[in-house]
Write a new protein. Structure first.
Length: 502
């Protein structure tokens, strides 16, 4: 019986620390930079939506290209580690550059059309470049999981821990970046202009996160032997489509794309609806702190609980059943979030509605967290499936699919939110005027009901539809538990034999 190779506790800790840093960077951009573009330098809603969408279209090509490069890589460090060692510094520089932009609302108020064009162009170019650089680190970071262990239990456990750590990193950034940037801004004596604070804190978060990210490359080892085959770009695209179980996972992920709206819109909604445009008040007003804790805590608690529970469920049941359960059942609480808003549009800070939304977001978070773990496990199983049937292990190409799903989702979310925001007038100078009014004592819920309704709609109805549709493609997912156990046993023997012969 061949010995199953797996990672050490130290390697697991180094990997998770690196992944924590990488996800801090992702959320600095996906949440912090998006908020910065929309609510601080006040880019036009349609322009912002298309910047994010065009970047994601390019990623449709860029991600599989990077996956092919990973699969073609043969080095003393393995397939994935070389990229994890060198990518963080590049991502760090490009992320910082993305924040160094002008203020669109100010340029428009001055009638400076040249500055307005340059500001939009800088945002577009820097964000597209960031996406390309981020891909260089993201695909090998997830791909290396399937190379660190041959043990299914250890793999599922590491994926679950990785998803939990990624969510914690996201929560740290989401909660901190606005509050800390505004506090830093006050220190600069510019309480009405958050741009300086955002730049300072964006830089600080990015540099710290990049140093942590570096540990994933330094502290891990690839235990699964590298194969000698390689694929052309055309063959890689064909491989992704021709593997039926992988194709089902990809289609499911694309249908679930509107779920990303909860991440894109939630921070803006909580900041304005509950904190009057200044999230720092949540740390000085106990009532607001309690509200944010219950609302945001419900979402994150649901995610953590489902992520932690997934490995146990996957050991007992087929992963597709677990995936479909989380997808289907979480659609209802998501839809009910908007129903609660309709009942009392200006009064959701009342304790009964805070508790109701906290419970509903607990269910929504559980669905999001559970599905994210199952998706990574299913992709990893598809890699084993492909190696078993065709002798080639597409770690890079298949995990580029996960990266693409994430970025495609962000693109879809940005387009949906852009047109909804444009329809209600939540864009460029209107946002700047609203910020000034809120600072003078206006109420977001009462004085800007169209904006509030748009945001509650965006975090509820499109995500609910996406989650409900996403389990349909995986109803006939081919890899059940027994099939995968047999595949993995055969591959462990094959890898051991290859090592003995080598």
């Amino acid at each position: 019986m061949a010995q199953v190779k797996t990672y050490s506790k130290k390697e697991r800790a180094m990997y998770l620390t690196g992944l924590f840093g990488q996800n801090m960077i992702y959320n600095v951009v996906a949440t912090g930079l998006y908020y910065y573009f929309q609510n601080v330098i006040c880019l036009p809603a349609i322009a912002l939506g298309w910047i994010f969408a065009i970047a994601r279209v390019w990623d449709a090509v860029n991600d599989p290209i990077m996956g092919t490069f990973v699969d073609k890589t043969h080095s003393k460090w393995g397939k994935c580690r070389p990229y994890l060692i060198f990518a963080p510094i590049i991502i760090c520089v490009v992320t910082c550059v993305s924040f160094l932009n002008g203020n669109y609302a100010a340029a428009k108020a001055d009638g400076n059309s040249t500055a307005m064009i340059l500001i939009v162009a800088w945002a577009a170019v820097s964000y597209v470049l960031w996406g390309m650089c981020y891909t260089v680190g993201d695909i090998p970071l997830w791909g290396i999981i399937s190379r660190m262990t041959e043990d299914e239990k250890d793999r599922s456990s590491l994926i679950s821990l990785a998803r939990i750590v990624a969510s914690i990193a996201g929560g740290v950034v989401v909660i901190s970046i606005i509050a800390v940037s505004q506090a830093a801004n006050n220190a600069f004596g510019k309480s009405t202009d958050a741009q300086t604070g955002f730049i300072v804190i964006g830089f600080a978060f990015t540099i710290i996160a990049s140093l942590l990210f570096e540990l994933a490359g330094i502290g891990t080892k690839e235990k699964v032997p590298a194969d000698s085959q390689s694929k052309t770009m055309k063959e890689s695209f064909a491989l992704m489509w021709n593997c039926k179980p992988f194709r089902r996972v990809m289609i499911s992920g694309l249908l679930r794309a509107p779920m990303q709206l909860m991440m894109v819109v939630a921070m803006t909604l909580f900041t304005y609806y509950y904190c009057g445009g200044n999230l720092t008040t949540a740390f000085t007003d106990m009532n607001k702190l309690l509200i944010v804790a219950v609302i945001a805590g419900g979402m994150f608690l649901g995610m953590f609980l489902s992520m932690g529970l997934c490995p146990t469920l996957i050991k007992k049941y087929d992963v597709k059943k677990v995936h479909n359960l989380f997808s289907g059942l979480s659609a209802l609480p998501m839809a009910l979030i908007f129903a609660v808003y309709i009942i009392d549009p200006a009064g959701l800070d009342k304790i009964q509605w805070v508790i109701a939304d906290g419970i509903l977001l607990l269910g929504a978070g559980a669905g999001f967290g559970g599905v994210s773990v199952c998706q990574s496990v299913m992709i990893s199983d598809c890699i084993d499936y492909e190696e078993y049937h065709h002798g080639f292990r597409p770690d890079g190409v298949f995990f580029s699919g996960q990266s693409f799903i994430t970025k495609f989702s962000a693109g879809v979310a940005s387009i949906i939110s852009a047109y909804v925001y444009a329809a209600v007038g939540y864009t460029d100078v209107n946002i700047a005027q609203m910020n000034a009014a809120l600072e003078s004592g206006a109420s977001f819920a009462a004085d800007y009901p169209d904006y509030a309704k748009a945001m509650w709609f965006l975090i509820s109805i499109p995500p609910a539809i996406g989650m409900f549709l996403s389990f349909i493609p995986t109803l006939k997912y081919e890899i059940d538990k027994k099939t995968h156990d047999d595949i993995l046993a055969a591959l462990v023997e094959k890898h051991s034999e290859a090592v003995r012969e080598g």
